[in-house]
Design a protein around this ligand. Structure first.
Ligand code: PLP
Length: 383
């Protein structure tokens, strides 16, 4: 059996009639950029998020740096985040010309560790940028309390966790703005690049809208801006998929539960940890090998048996070649948990369109690896 890593083509087949109709409708309307389909989707996204406004932009990366710029964050200002995230979180801080300050991640959730943030705050700190990594919310209550003590902005990188919730908070409720990505493989993904800024702050929304459209609110009138718009074709597709997001996330949770049960006897790995009361939406199902030396052999074991597993993210940002490329960056304290996660992580296939047989096959291969490891350690000496 082969189990692929991505489910977006299956998702397209499941929603083909509605998606094709949405594309057709936009094509026939003749309005492809900043048209009525985008406007409608922005309203739907804000309503789904329980927030005042949403502005579609070209990508999740753009959503982040547009918000930083809308908040007036720039050269000399510091934004605190973790190195245990997709590269774009830090990249957006650098695009805004600010300093990226990295603190360690929580060893259980792999999101930013709130206990490490306060020591990183300086008079130059302007914002905390928590990432809801793998589909689970960072501890926004603790982060908000720190932000309040030091008068900082909070910008949520929610590229991976649309539909997630904290124990007693919603995404967006405790921050200045939420940035999300709709790239293909995200829980809510289109057939290309797209993103959005969702916020209760109308001043941020207005500035982002002006900047995304060449600094223009009115035809022929411009201030400095950029071209970062979400096309109506993508908005139409996303509108169809938004209706399915909760059902899709429920299926991800179902498959995660099946993995959790099936893998619980394997001593050589740690399974993902779901914080009680949180709704984890499993953008990724990430296990960690207990020994860094086991990670690459396990990955190979899975791939050789038809299971397309990957790593998110095997090279932490500060470990990338050439870091920080002349940009302003600082690591506060050490980041051993992020480095350990980079060395030990493996993402197993996770998407709503998986079948029970596929999930069971992945579990079976994992159990096979466990048996092989138990029989002869170290595994590389075995045939
Ligand atoms: C955590 C995180 N932040 C930011 C991004 C950037 O989004 P995009 O690829 O749409 O620019 C992504 C995903 O790609 C991501 O996973």
């Amino acid at each position: 059996m082969k189990v692929g890593f991505y489910g977006h083509v299956r998702q397209y087949h499941n929603l083909k009639a509605e998606i094709d109709a949405a594309i057709h409708q936009v094509l026939e309307s003749g309005e492809y950029v900043m048209g009525p389909t985008l406007k409608r989707f922005e309203g739907e996204l804000a309503a789904y998020s329980g927030m005042k406004v949403a502005a579609g932009v070209n990508s999740g990366t753009d959503a982040l740096w547009l918000v930083f710029m809308a908040l007036g964050i720039g050269e000399g200002d510091e934004c605190i985040t973790t190195t245990n995230t997709f590269f774009a979180t830090a990249e957006a801080i650098w695009i805004a010309n600010a300093t990226a300050v990295f603190v360690d991640s929580d060893p259980r959730t792999h999101c930013i560790d709130p206990d490490k943030i306060e020591a990183a705050v300086t008079p130059r700190t302007k914002a905390i940028v928590p990432v809801h990594l793998y589909g689970q919310c960072a501890d926004l209550k603790a982060i908000r309390a720190i932000a309040d003590r030091h008068h900082l902005f909070v910008v949520e990188d929610n590229a991976q966790a649309i539909g997630a919730r904290g124990k007693d908070f919603r995404v967006g409720e405790l921050s200045d703005a939420v940035c999300t990505s709709f790239i293909i493989q995200k829980n809510l993904g289109t057939f290309g690049d797209a993103g959005a800024v969702i916020t209760n702050r109308e001043d941020i929304d207005r500035r982002v809208r002006v900047m995304r459209n060449h600094g223009s609110e009115k035809r022929s009138q411009h201030s400095m801006g950029y071209n970062s718009r979400l096309d109506d074709l993508h908005a139409g597709i996303l509108s169809v998929k938004l209706k399915q997001i909760d059902a899709g996330n429920d299926l991800r949770r179902k498959w995660a539960d099946r993995y959790q049960q099936g893998l619980k006897g394997i001593e050589g790995i740690a399974r993902p940890s779901e914080t009680p009361g949180y709704r984890h939406v499993y953008h990724l199902y990430v296990i960690e090998t207990r020994k860094p030396a086991d990670r690459d052999p396990l990955l190979q074991f899975l791939v050789e048996r038809g299971v397309d597993a990957k790593c998110h993210y095997p090279i932490a940002i500060h470990q990338q070649q050439g870091y920080p490329w002349g940009r302003a960056a600082r690591i506060s304290g050490g980041v051993p948990c992020s480095e350990r996660n980079a060395a030990c992580c493996i993402s197993l296939p996770m998407y709503p369109e998986l079948t029970g047989e596929e999930v069971d096959y992945v579990i079976e291969v994992m159990l096979g690896w466990d048996r092989s490891v138990r029989q002869c350690r170290p595994p590389r000496t075995c045939n």
